[in-house]
Ligand binder design. Structure first.
Ligand code: SF4
Length: 119
């Protein structure tokens, strides 16, 4: 394929916004196709106490959203438990914390501010 042909192909790719991309996912959720039953989803969320944000203020929840915190890192070698901003769990507690926001943090979590521990 020539360079001109590639440009033609590239120009014909429909543009989509993130909102449009998630629209398809939303449609799938609405129809229930490929989704586990709601009870199963709720049970899965109840299993990990580090996902329980009860008592965490809306402001702090917003902070974790702005930092793009996720419960499971997309980068295997970069996760909260090897981040310099991670606060390890107190004795006999399952969840750690983060210096940047309040609330429970999973050791296997991750956010855009991950920074390696340097010793
Ligand atoms: Fe986890 Fe991000 Fe906090 Fe580091 S800064 S502990 S990666 S939430």
């Amino acid at each position: 394929m020539s360079c001109t042909s590639l440009k033609t192909v590239a120009n014909n790719i429909p543009e989509s916004t993130p909102g449009e991309a998630s629209k398809t996912s939303q449609d799938t959720i609405k129809t229930g196709q490929g989704q586990p039953p709601k009870q199963t989803q709720a049970a899965a969320q109840e299993k990990n106490p580090c996902d329980d944000l009860t008592g965490v203020s809306a402001e702090e929840i917003e902070k974790r959203k702005k930092l793009a915190y996720v419960n499971k890192t997309p980068i295997p070698d970069s996760h909260c438990s090897n981040c310099t901003l991670y606060l390890p769990p107190a004795k006999d507690k399952p969840c750690g914390g983060c210096m940047l926001f309040k609330g429970p943090v999973r050791p296997e979590g991750y956010c855009a501010y991950w920074a390696p521990i340097t010793n």
